[in-house]
Structures are given as structure tokens and as C-alpha cells.
Design a protein around this ligand. Structure first.
Ligand code: GAP
Length: 461
């Protein structure tokens, strides 16, 4: 099979995502809304599995982290205190000729914007680009019936601030002691200027963030600890380790709140890019909220009687971007040999001896198994429905009796379903079924009554 170009891989993934019901363009029947995406029946399951895995490891499995679900809308002063009103900006330039707008650091721009040699990458005019202006990435709206400056409210650009403003509430109600953390999963919004690459950079997305509050002076130790923990978690998603690396932010890359930051990057078809960041945010946020709100946010250490404003180590992952990592890493086009080559009718990848398969970790897969009566007669559908009903009480499973068995296998390969359960002529005689493994294509014969146990074991991890 010829090697895939980066663009082709993304195009194929986007088309598979639509075909199988992972991700659809928002408001598609109206021509779509720029860089906003909807998750279909399989996509919502995949993203939910990722979020649940994160929640389990960050909240349930740890005694020192509490969960939170703060509102998206917050007091507008929060964003002044956090530095987002003044500092959460991208430099923009406009072309006075063709009216297009770009980020000032767009690599396609030739020359210097604002100078006679600045050349528009779209219409090619020279000297028509404006000097860079700062553009705030926060979405604004109004609270209440009057659209005036005093009623301006923002859609949060990060979930972290909901944690900072609730830090005392959680500390006091949970009776935690420092060091401890607060975790939350929720929507964030950014009016990105150069969004793109499918669900990589969107204007509405979900973050999985955890702020860990520590004693000043211990932040470097905790920073190292959380870097290690987060990489372990990412590897646990089944991502190929050669496709993962660390990237430390240089001084000009650091966000306005960060003293040190490391990204976990993945080698996407369009290059190495971040999908999670570990940040040393010092006492930047809590100290600023203390000042702006006029409320003490310091901590009294019960052992030493010392008072201090805690330092924060943040772990911040995008749920959508992590889902894209998982999808990109799982996407394969393969040649199929043996009996399946004759049975299959191919997916996007072509004819009967080729298949497109999502090799998702079974515990992340949206559907855990599909149930197929080999033919729609001779008692097979009845038994297949009984097995499907039984399995449904334990796992998300799918029933499919349409088309040849090979075609049904291929559809489930594209959906990333790890197991295909076929009810054949022998099944109605001895109550056994075949279970086909998506990756090895091997088939086991399993007693129908043992399927729950069999799948539970295979899906662990
Ligand atoms: N609270 C820190 C923070 O928000 P960030 O590096 O701006 O840090 C963290 O964002 C993560 O959120 C990113 O690594 C990415 O996974 C996700 N993210 C940020 N902007 C995004 C966007 N426009 N679309 C999708 N995901 C985004």
C-alpha cells in the first residue's frame, strides 16, 4: 500500500469519523460552523470513556484530590484577576485589500506586517497588511436583558479558574490538607483565529484539569511527580510510545501565568503537537484573586502554624485533543490474508483484501462487541437476540444482521469494536459462538453462557 501523506490521513480519518458516527461538523445542514464539532453515537462513547478513565485515576483512585463541577459563567472580575482580559491575546493582522485576517506569526506571511514589504498570503498584495493588533480570545456575551458594558460576561477559556475561586470552599468542606488537588472536567471556549485540523483546535472544547495546591518551595518536586504521573496515564491509553515526547516551553512560549511548563506532544499526521500541559503556576492565580476579591486565600499549616498562599502545579489536558490522539494512533490500513480476505468487501481502504481498522484499546472502544447471526434463519436470529440482550446489561454492544458477515466485520473494524460474536449453525446445536478478535482476526469458540466472563477479562485494563 503506498505511504499516506499527512493530509490524506487526516482526510481519511475525518471521513471515517463521519461515516461511522464519531464526529460530525456542527450545524452541517447549514454549511457548518467554523471549527465546532459534534460527537455522534460512537464519538460520545469514546470521549466519555477517556473522561471516565481520567476521573477514575485523578479523583477516585487518589485520596488527595477532590472533584468539582463549576459553572461556565463566572463573575467578570475573575478574568481580570486571572490576567485573561489583558493577557489572553493573539497578535492579528488584516489585509486591507482582500479583508482576510491572520495571526501575525502565520508562517505564510512574507515580509513584515505594517511595512511596505509585508505580503498577504491570500491575495499576494504588498504593503496592505496592517501592523499587528492584540485580539482577545475570550468569547463575550451579556448577562440579563441589557446589552451594555456593565453586563459583559465571558465564556470561560479554561476550567482552572473555577477551581481557584472554589479553592477555599473545597478545602474547608472536604477537610483536605495541603498538599491536595481539585479536578474538574468541563467545557472551555476560545475564539481561536487559526483553528483547524479537525478536533485539534476548536472554538468549543472540553478540558480535564487538575490544580494541585502545595507549600511554596515544594513545587518543583510536585512538578516532577505530576509530569511522571501524567505520562504514565497517557501511555495507559495504549498510545505507541515512539509517538509521544516532552516539550519544555521556552521563555517566549510560556503562558502569562506559568513559570515553567512541559507539554506532552503526539506526532499527529500534521506534525508534533501538544495535547496536555503540566504547568507551574506558582501563586499567580490565588494571589491575584486574593487582591481583586479582597478575600484572604492563604492557608494555615496546622502543624507549623505557618501561613502561606499555596503554589499550584496544574495538569491540563484537552478531552477532544486526547480523543484525536487516540483516533490517530488507532487508525490503520491493513492487508487481510486468509479466509477474511475473501469474505470482506473492504472499507475506505479498498477491496476484499484490505481493511481500515481502529485498533483502539478495548476499554476505550465505544462498542465492546457486535453480535451477528450468520444468516437470518434456522433459529440463529433468536439466539443472537438473546445473547445481545444478555450482554447489553453489562457492555455497550451492537446487533448487526445486515449484509455478508465479512462486510459486517469490516464495519466493526472501522468502528474499533474489539470483538465480533457470530452465531452460526453449530451455535443452535451446542450453544457456543465464535468470538473474532479485531486485531489478530483469530476466532475462539466460546460457550454463550461464558461470554460475559470472557469479555470482562478481555476488556480489563
Ligand atoms: N489551564 C491551562 C490551559 O488551559 P492550555 O495549554 O491553553 O492550558 C490545555 O490548554 C489543553 O487544552 C491543551 O493541551 C489542549 O489539549 C486543550 N486545548 C486548548 N485549546 C484548545 C482548542 N482551541 N481546541 C481544543 N483543545 C484545546
Amino acid at each position: 500500500m503506498p505511504p499516506l501523506t499527512a493530509d490524506k490521513t487526516m482526510d481519511k480519518l475525518v471521513s471515517l469519523a463521519k461515516r461511522r458516527g464519531f464526529v460530525f461538523q456542527s450545524s452541517e445542514i447549514y454549511g457548518g460552523l467554523g471549527s465546532v464539532w459534534d460527537y455522534g453515537p460512537l464519538g460520545v462513547e469514546l470521549k466519555k470513556n477517556i473522561k471516565e478513565r481520567w476521573w477514575r485515576s485523578m479523583v477516585h483512585e487518589r485520596q488527595d484530590i477532590e472533584g468539582l463541577d463549576a459553572a461556565i459563567l463566572m463573575h467578570p472580575k475573575v478574568w481580570e484577576a486571572s490576567g485573561h482580559v489583558s493577557g489572553f491575546t493573539d497578535p492579528l493582522v488584516d489585509c486591507k485589500h482582500c479583508k482576510n485576517r491572520f495571526r501575525a506569526d502565520d508562517p505564510r506571511i512574507k515580509g513584515t506586517p505594517g511595512q511596505p514589504d509585508g505580503q498577504c498570503p491570500v491575495c499576494g498584495s504588498k504593503g496592505t497588511l496592517t501592523a499587528p493588533r492584540q485580539f482577545n480570545l475570550m468569547f463575550k456575551t451579556f448577562m440579563g436583558p441589557v446589552e451594555e458594558q456593565a453586563a459583559v460576561i465571558y465564556l470561560r477559556p479554561e476550567t482552572a479558574q473555577g477551581i481557584y475561586v472554589n479553592y477555599l470552599n473545597v478545602l474547608q468542606s472536604s477537610r483536605q490538607k495541603i498538599p491536595f488537588g481539585i479536578a474538574q472536567i468541563g467545557k472551555a471556549f476560545r475564539n481561536e483565529i487559526t483553528p483547524g485540523n479537525f478536533i485539534f483546535r476548536t472554538r468549543e472544547f472540553e478540558q480535564m484539569e487538575m490544580q494541585f495546591f502545595v507549600k511554596p518551595g515544594t513545587e518543583n518536586e510536585w512538578f516532577g511527580f505530576w509530569r511522571e504521573e501524567r505520562m504514565k496515564w497517557v501511555e495507559g491509553l495504549g498510545i505507541r510510545s515512539g509517538k509521544l515526547r516532552w516539550h519544555q516551553h521556552g521563555p517566549d512560549e510560556l503562558a502569562h501565568y506559568a513559570k515553567d511548563a512541559y507539554d506532552i506532544q503526539y506526532e499527529f499526521p500534521f506534525g508534533w503537537q501538544e495535547f496536555e500541559g503540566i504547568h507551574n503556576r506558582t501563586d499567580f492565580d490565588l494571589s491575584n484573586h486574593q487582591k481583586h476579591a479582597g478575600k484572604k486565600l492563604d492557608y494555615l499549616d496546622p502543624k507549623t502554624n505557618e501561613r502561606f498562599v499555596p503554589y499550584v502545579v496544574e495538569t491540563s489536558a484537552g478531552a477532544d485533543r486526547t480523543a484525536l490522539v487516540v483516533l490517530c494512533d488507532a487508525y490503520r490500513e491493513e492487508e487481510v490474508r486468509g479466509h477474511e480476505a475473501a469474505e470482506g468487501e473492504g472499507g475506505e481502504g479498498g477491496g476484499g483484501d484490505q481493511r481500515v481498522v481502529l485498533k483502539l484499546k478495548p476499554s476505550l472502544a465505544p462498542l465492546k462487541a457486535a453480535v451477528f447471526p450468520l444468516v437470518n434463519k434456522d433459529g440463529m436470529p433468536e439466539l443472537a437476540h438473546r445473547i445481545h440482550d444478555d450482554l447489553r446489561r453489562h457492555f455497550n454492544v451492537f446487533y448487526d444482521d445486515g449484509g455478508s458477515i465479512g462486510r459486517r466485520y469490516r464495519r466493526q473494524d472501522e468502528a474499533g469494536t474489539p470483538f465480533g460474536i457470530t452465531i452460526d449453525g453449530q451455535s443452535t446445536q451446542d450453544q457456543t459462538v465464535t468470538v473474532r478478535d479485531r486485531d489478530t482476526l483469530k476466532q475462539d469458540r466460546v460457550a454463550a453462557g461464558k461470554l460475559v466472563e470472557y469479555l470482562t477479562q478481555k476488556l480489563a485494563g
